[in-house]
Design a binder for this molecule. Structure first.
Ligand code: HEM
Length: 516
């Protein structure tokens, strides 16, 4: 009987231990999912490091893969990124651009599109846009009147104005201008370093050891961002009520945002969570960087082309004068829809100089990407070089020439839409904002900023080319972005836009004198 009791107690103990172990062990399916994820991470990292990219230069194939879902599967992932948040958090913290196609990406992208860039929301940032424009005009005015030949370094002023605008939309008005300047400098430094930092996109544990100096640079840049952004983020968190009349900032929309967790093996069923501080910093960095840098580069390309083609500049000005009238204070945002020729100029400059040089996707195990009849191996990066795609002779007459008229009614570019090139009769003729589900969510706001700034800069000043070393060269420097090799300088002359009003006053004055 004693033996029986011992056996019974032993079997009970074994039962308790085994069942508690079983309870703690992840279910078989979850183990399988985790194993598959770990295996894929290895394949993905080694592919990114060792496998050659596939480059798609044929626009029909680009359309088939990116827009029509011809790839089978989602084909919506980017290759591993060198974004500081993702690298330093070992792929746990993502921004929109770096997030894998999944619940986190959906949540943070939807937030940006509907809470910040929805047209009704965008309208409330109009005063910030106006302030940025007035600051830029005042800065250029000051430069051109204080130099005896009207020479200005437009590149710096343009960058400062657009960065200030992004910072106001991100953190709110009233951030100390010195702090905004420091953030802008930090961003320029980051963009300059990004090409070198690409080595950390894959196998960071290894590359960290090999490229020590670059790693330290990445860590320093990130720490500086944390020091600059987190106090501003905390200030927004601490606000009980927003100052009356102030638009919600990007940070405000992120504070209460709940997002799905990509890392959870049980997927979408896991409870949604608030964003971590690391994600906040990464998302603000993306908002400031993606929201400013390609647009600042595009604004320079546009103005550079207008300096080179004075007839086009004059045509933009005549259209504005006809639509807006000489006595209006500015070209307002509402006027932009009526300025067809201005829009054609923006389109043509974006076609010739897409400031994001290339769009990339990575083939996932579920994607079925076929090229030349062969399936592309999972892990491979597929690149779509944007300038090449937009200078295709089968799509454009004289593709290397700057001819905005082509976008007017009857021209080869009339009806071309930027939205995933979907309007262009089932083909891609240009895609400066990318295409498909991952195309740029900032396209609308970028076009608004470009139109508003170009229109007013042309109305305020006459832009001409300086001589010699200061001349405008339409030569690109392609790194992380496609920027002008020589930052834009030009000679500016103030336009007497109120002359019509002055003439009218003079006319009345003369009549009055005669009458008296
Ligand atoms: C002239 C200005 C701009 C240009 C040329 C541009 C271009 C692009 C391109 C080519 C892509 C890749 C799209 C793809 O993979 O198919 C992209 C993605 C992105 N852009 Fe822009 N962009 C501009 C302005 C902006 C602005 C103002 C914002 C606002 C914050 C922004 C935020 C983003 C984000 C978050 C992504 C990643 C989207 C995703 O992965 O879902 N961009 N942009």
């Amino acid at each position: 009987a004693m033996q029986d009791v011992i056996l019974l107690l032993l079997s009970m103990a074994v039962h308790v231990v085994v069942s508690s172990l079983l309870r703690r062990a992840p279910p078989f399916k979850e183990m399988q999912t985790r194993l598959a994820a770990a295996k894929w991470a290895l394949v993905r990292d080694f592919s990114a490091a060792l496998r050659q990219d596939v480059v798609v230069t044929d626009r029909v194939t680009a359309h088939h893969l990116l827009v029509r879902g011809g790839a089978g599967g989602a084909f919506c992932n980017r290759p591993p990124t060198s974004a500081a948040s993702s690298v330093l958090s070992r792929q746990r913290h993502h921004n929109i651009g770096s997030a894998p196609y999944g619940p986190l990406w959906r949540g943070i992208r939807r937030n940006l599109v509907s809470e910040v860039f929805h047209p009704s929301r965008l309208r409330v940032y109009a005063p910030a846009r106006r302030r940025a424009l007035c600051g830029l005009v005042a800065d250029l005015r000051e430069q051109c009147t204080s130099s005896n030949d009207g020479l200005v370094l437009a590149a710096e002023s343009i960058h400062a104005a657009l960065f200030g605008l992004s910072a106001a939309m991100c953190f709110g008005d009233g951030v100390d201008p010195g702090r905004v300047r420091a953030m802008a400098d930090g961003m320029e430094d980051l963009i300059r370093s990004l090409v070198g930092l690409r080595v950390f996109a894959a196998l960071p544990a290894l590359t960290e050891l090999i490229y020590r100096q670059r790693w330290n640079k990445l860590v320093t840049l990130r720490r500086q961002q944390e020091e600059m952004y987190l106090p501003l983020i905390d200030a927004r968190r601490g606000l009980l009520r927003r100052p009356s009349g102030e638009a919600p900032t990007y940070v405000d929309t992120l504070i209460d945002l709940l997002v799905g967790d990509d890392n959870s093996a049980s997927g979408a069923k896991a409870p949604k969570q608030r964003l971590a501080d690391g994600e906040f910093v990464g998302l603000c960095s993306e908002f400031l960087g993606a929201g400013t840098e390609p647009a600042a580069a595009a604004l320079q390309w546009i103005m550079a082309n207008l300096v080179k083609h004075l007839d086009v500049q004059e045509a933009v000005r005549s259209e504005i004068d006809a639509v807006v009238g000489a006595d209006a204070e500015e070209v307002s945002e509402e006027d932009l829809g009526k300025l067809e020729y201005l829009n054609a100029v923006l389109m043509e400059a974006l076609r010739l100089h897409p400031t994001v040089p290339s769009v990339a996707r990575q083939v996932m195990p579920d994607d079925h990407v076929f090229l030349d009849g062969r399936r592309v191996v999972a892990g491979t990066t597929v690149q779509f070089p944007l300038e090449r795609l937009a200078r295709d002779e089968t799509a454009w007459a004289e593709p290397d020439k700057f001819m905005p008229e082509r976008f007017l009614a009857g021209g080869g570019g009339s009806g071309v839409s930027l939205v995933a090139a979907a309007g262009s009769a089932g083909e891609i003729k240009m895609m400066p904002f990318g295409a498909g589900r991952r195309m740029c969510p900032g396209m609308g706001v970028a076009m608004l900023h470009l139109g508003y700034f170009v229109a007013n800069l042309v109305r305020e000043f006459e832009w001409t080319e300086a001589e010699g070393d200061l001349a405008v060269h339409l030569e690109p420097q392609v790194g992380f972005l496609n920027v002008m090799k020589r930052p834009l300088r030009a000679r500016l002359a103030l336009r007497n836009k109120g002359s019509a009003v002055a003439e009218l006053y003079l006319y009345y004055f003369i009549i009055w004198v005669k009458l008296v």
